[in-house]
Design a protein around this ligand. Sequence first.
Ligand code: FES
Length: 347
Amino acid sequence: MTQHPSNEIAAHDQHGAHGAHGEDSLPEIPHVLRQTDIDPRAARRAERQVATMFGLSAVSTILFVVAFVAVKKDSVINLPVIGPIGGQNLALGMASGLALFLIGAGAIQWARKLMSDEEIVDERKSFSSDDETRDAVVEKFRQGTDESGFTKRPIIRRTLLAAMALVPIPAIVLLRDLGPLPEKKFRTTTWAKGKRIVADVSYKPIRPEDIPIGGLVAGALPADIREVEELQGNLNERAKATIILVRMDPSEIRGQQIPGGDVDGIIAFSKICTHLGCPIALYQQRTKHLLCPCHQSTFDLADKGDVIFGPAARRLPQLPIGVDNEGYLVATGDFQEPVGPSFWERG
Ligand code: FES
């Protein structure tokens, strides 16, 4: 590492001697002296600027204490654009912010204009070893191979290679623990013809008149979901079966996956995003779009649940629904497409 005090470099440059440090060195760039290096009055001016900033910072800190004592906690100031804001908070924030800013600005000015303007050159070493070092390493390797007898004792060599070739096998066998394969479990849900639709949490059956036009039921389930869960001992069926219900004017429905799968404009879709499986419920009533909060996939519920934006590759599956003889909403079958994210056997 070579250090050049600025004046030395200036003298060096004046004589036009840019000389190189070695074959790979970059040419030296002429050093430009700062005004404060050559003009004592400029240096004093800079000194005064820095001192003023530090002094004002001290004043701001005192103002902070004064504001804390003098400004009432419940005072309110109306600021344009921002609106009402606590007067004491504003005063404290301004005073402490200014105090810190002025210390920072003063330090920068001090470093730029008055501190030593010394340039440092750090030569970068070549990454590759020289021929001599490389030959020495190769020789050491050869010597090690000879001493180990690796080439002279073929039986040891072969058995070692065989042992090493088999090492990855346990890792491959352990892949079996990822199973068992889901087989048909991803393709079907517990929904079936005649199962009543109940609201999530309250488990109250839903009638068509409970959902006004423009309304949304953000989570609904089959009425027997708790018995199904008890039987299976896990929540998988709940996750797969959760639906949302929306109601729109029937004339606004432009297409359905299952023709006639709605009840007076009420349509049911899986709540599980077909991208990575996030639950979705951000529904924009005006556009009939449903937005997934995870990666912004957007589905058009008025048009077959098609994807209109985002990374989801498949539409949102629709659940066909009807009304039972007591006037409650029921499923008229299972989803016709697998719900949730894509998987390898999906086809
Ligand atoms: S999980 Fe819905 S967009 Fe990614």
